[in-house]
Design a protein around this ligand. Structure first.
Ligand code: PGA
Length: 248
């Protein structure tokens, strides 16, 4: 049985002081033994967030990481900067990183490999645009993203990875994918992992759905056979996140 994993992607929101306030507000609401609960906060608030989440079931994750160890990469964050403070999760290849910061499938793969090298669990994002969905190439596109993201990743590493399927047209738009659309793609991702590795790896890997998840849509989405939780943007900044985590 795969344990659910429900992550909040705070994006570029909340100062360190506001982070403490929001964690204090949410921590009694997100208590659960049924799911891993991750808050992915802006880099500047990671230390503060770790402190505020101490003694709770909340894990703190980063939203990005570079694929080099150190050096002349102004503005970037090295993997050991994350591990040195106790960060265990990092979002890799979010569609906003791909769209606004020129991340490609190749850089995603480099970051995924680097995260595993440092024992950080990557939450690897994939997703199609509205045009791609309308052209009927969603599954082909996602399979390509997955195949490149997992190049040179071992089966043992892949078993511990998290994939977030986030249709771009559903992110921040209030337009959640139907349960059937979400399950169809998450199932196809699991089949793709089985092809690359084997059934055991496919059965172990956790696949989230993301894109306008709310307290109203979480229960149906998360009870699908191939959906192991969610990556939640807007609704993770509100008390509603408690209802999403405790969706049952
Ligand atoms: P949203 O964002 O829930 O606000 O649509 C999801 C995401 O981008 O991870």
């Amino acid at each position: 049985m795969r344990k659910k994993i429900i992550a909040g992607n705070w994006k570029m929101n909340k100062t360190p002081a506001e982070t403490v306030a929001l964690i204090n507000e949410l921590k009694p609401l997100v208590v659960t033994e049924d799911a891993d609960v991750i808050f992915c906060v802006p880099a500047i608030s990671l230390t503060t967030a770790l402190e505020a989440a101490k003694g709770t079931n909340i894990e703190i994750g980063a939203q990005n990481m570079y694929f080099e160890e150190s050096g002349a990469f102004t503005g970037e964050i090295a993997p050991n900067m994350l591990t040195s403070i106790g960060i265990k999760y990092v979002i890799i290849g979010h569609s906003e990183r791909r769209e606004y910061f020129a991340e490609s499938d190749v850089t995603v793969n480099k970051k995924v490999l680097k995260a595993f090298e440092h024992g950080i669990t990557p939450i690897i994002c994939c997703g199609e645009s509205l045009t791609q969905r309308e052209q009927g190439i969603t599954i082909d596109w996602i399979r390509q993203q997955i195949k490149i993201a997992f190049l040179s990743v071992t089966a043992d590493q892949a078993k511990t990875a998290v994939i977030a399927y986030e249709p771009i047209w559903a992110i921040g738009t209030g337009k959640v994918a139907t349960t059937e659309q979400a399950e169809e793609v998450c199932k196809a991702i699991r089949e793709c992992i089985a092809e690359i590795y084997d059934e055991a790896t496919a059965a172990a890997i956790r696949i989230q759905y993301g894109g306008s998840v709310t307290a109203a849509s979480a229960a149906e989405l998360f009870s699908q056979a191939d959906i192991d939780g969610g990556l939640v943007g807007g609704a993770s900044l509100k008390a509603d996140f408690g209802k999403i985590v405790n969706y049952k």
